[in-house]
Structure formats: C-alpha cells, structure tokens
Design a protein around this ligand. Structure first.
Ligand code: FO1
Length: 315
C-alpha cells in the first residue's frame, strides 16, 4: 500500500503550524492543502486580523517570530508603542512588519476580495507554494463563555491572558458560514486528513463544525495529533480549558472528547511517547511517537510518523 498523496491538514495557529511545516517539507503543493481556523479573526484598529492564517503563513515562509511564539520575525514595535503613547489601544501588539500584512489584507477585503483571495495574494508573495485556505470566507467568530461573561476570542486570549475560567464556546456566524469551495472540491478526492496538534475547542471545532465538513470527510481516513503531552498543553490554554470543562487533561481526554462530540471523525490518534503507558486505554487505533517539536527535524519526523500511520490504518 502506498502512502496517501492528497492530504488535508486542519490547523489553528502556532501549535498546528509546527506540524504543518513538517508536512510541507514532505509533500508538494498538489499533495497538501491547509484548512485554517478563522474563529480567532477580529477587526481591530480598523484592520482585519487573521491570527491563525498569519501564524501559518509566517511559519511556512520561515518568517515566524520564534522568541515571541507569534507574529513575524525581526519585528519592530514603533507603531504600537507610538499608538500607546497617544492613548490608543495597545494591548494587542501589532508589529510594524506585521501591520503591513493586515493593511494589505484589509484593503483587499474592502475592495471586494474574499479572505481566500487576500490570503492567496499574501502567501504567494511570501514564496509559499502550498495552499493556505480559510475554512470559510464568511465570518466565524469564536466567543468564549467565561466567568467574565462572553468574551471575543482575542479579548479572552490576549487582553485577559486566558485568566477567566471558561464554561463553553460559541461560534458566531457558524450557522451561515459556507464551507470554502476550494476545500470542498479538494475533499472530493482527498486521501487522508490530519488534524494538527491545535486546541480542540477553539481551533479545531470552528473548522470541523462548518456545515458540510464532517459529512464530506466521513469516508476519508482522519487522524488527530494530541495537543496535550504529559498533561500539559503543547501551546496555549488547551489544558486549562479542559480542566475548567471537567475533561481529563490527558491525550486520552482529547481523543474521548473528539469521539464523543464527533463520533465519525477519527480513524486514528497520535500521542507523545511520554504518554505511551496510556495506549491500552484508547478505543481507536493510536500510535505513540515524539510529538514535541523543537526543531525542523522534529517537525519532519512527526509528519513522517503521521503519513506512516495512514499506511498502518490501511493495512
Ligand atoms: N498573541 C499574544 O499573546 N499577544 C499579542 O499581542 C498578539 C498579537 C498578535 C498580532 C497579530 C497576530 O496575527 C497574532 C497576534 N498574537 C498575539 C497571537 C494570537 O493572538 C494567538 O496566537 C492566536 O489567536 C491563537 O491561536
């Protein structure tokens, strides 16, 4: 059995982008497409910000800011610091270089372009051959239901530093959001789907809950990589959210959450080697491998392991 050659990778921002980079090293632009979360998007300072699309774009272009873990490499901050000194909103740190991207996208959108078209323009200009596709061109906005009331995602994540306890999420606009036709067409002869190690509640859910996605993927082998390793989130507030939602903060907890909420979604699951003791507890095919990705080699090795896993599942 040969490896799947047409893969859709579902990803949120920084955590998922690491595996995305590994996959992009192994698969060509006709073999790999990225379906990206837009629930983190918001209008800020009059600009359309798409944090997950941008994190993936910067990572694929080798332009991600490794010190901060978000934003663009080699950044300067004159704009936001000057804005702050004038009494403007400076809690969301827009770097000078990053601003150019938001400005370019926002003006394209104002002139009638879709988010897909604006993303294609930026990714191509940054030398990215793979297709980075927003899950929908319609607005989907993640609202975090918390002890401080309903918070727009970036208000919860950046302004409130994920401190409020969460008890749920809703995705404004989801009911009217149309699955991106480019993704729908790709799924028609897609061989395999990889859910990158992104937050299940605020990165993966707003992608897979877009009408038509789950139905279109039911017959396609799908695996997810756990974003929790040794009870700790690889990135961001996933473990804290799980605790607050009364879900065990383990890789098994993530798998069971997916299986309970989306019964036909997963055919396989990938956990970190440090959690290998829990392998017998999974009731779906599961492999343990190194999923903590510190280097490019780690990203490629995890991508290889995911592709090999599809061979095992087929056999
Ligand atoms: N994350 C932060 O923690 N603080 C920031 O000030 C911040 C600014 C920012 C600007 C543009 C952008 O595209 C992303 C930015 N992020 C920032 C990251 C972002 O909020 C999160 O990483 C994602 O939304 C979570 O996936």
């Amino acid at each position: 059995m040969s490896r799947p050659r047409k893969i859709l990778a579902v990803t949120g921002g920084v955590g998922g982008a690491k595996l995305a980079v590994g996959l992009a090293q192994l698969l060509g632009p006709d073999e790999l497409m990225f379906a990206v979360n837009v629930g983190d998007d918001f209008i800020h300072l009059g600009l359309h910000i798409s944090p997950d699309i941008d994190s993936l774009t910067y990572a694929l272009a080798g332009q991600n800011n490794q010190e901060l873990g978000w934003g663009r490499a080699g950044e300067t901050w004159q704009f936001i610091e000057t804005l702050g000194s004038l009494g403007g909103d400076d809690w969301f740190r827009l770097g000078d270089k990053d601003m150019a991207l938001h400005m370019r996208r926002s003006l394209m959108l104002q002139n009638g372009a879709s988010l897909s078209a604006a993303t294609q323009e930026v990714t191509q200009r940054m030398g990215i051959a793979h297709r980075v596709i927003p899950i929908s061109d319609d607005p989907i906005r993640t609202v975090v239901q918390s002890t401080q009331g309903d918070l727009m995602f970036q208000h919860y994540f950046v302004r409130e530093r994920c401190e409020p306890a969460v008890h749920g999420f809703r995705f404004e606009g989801m009911a009217n959001a149309v699955l991106n036709p480019t993704i729908a067409a790709y799924l028609a002869d897609c061989d395999a789907i990889i859910i990158c190690p992104s937050n299940p509640f605020v990165s993966v859910a707003p992608v897979i809950e877009v009408a038509g996605f789950l139905a279109a993927t039911e017959q396609i082998p799908t695996i997810a990589v756990a974003p929790i390793v040794g009870g700790i989130a690889l990135k961001g507030p996933a473990a804290k959210m799980m605790q607050e939602l009364d879900i065990p903060t383990t890789a098994l907890g993530v798998a069971e959450h997916y299986q309970h909420k989306y019964p036909h979604l997963l055919n396989g699951f990938v956990i970190d080697s440090t959690d290998a003791d829990s392998l017998p507890d999974f009731n779906l095919p599961t492999i343990a491998t190194q999923s903590v990705m510190s280097s490019l080699q780690d990203r490629i090795a995890l991508a290889e392991a995911c592709l090999d896993f599809f061979d095992q599942l087929a056999a």
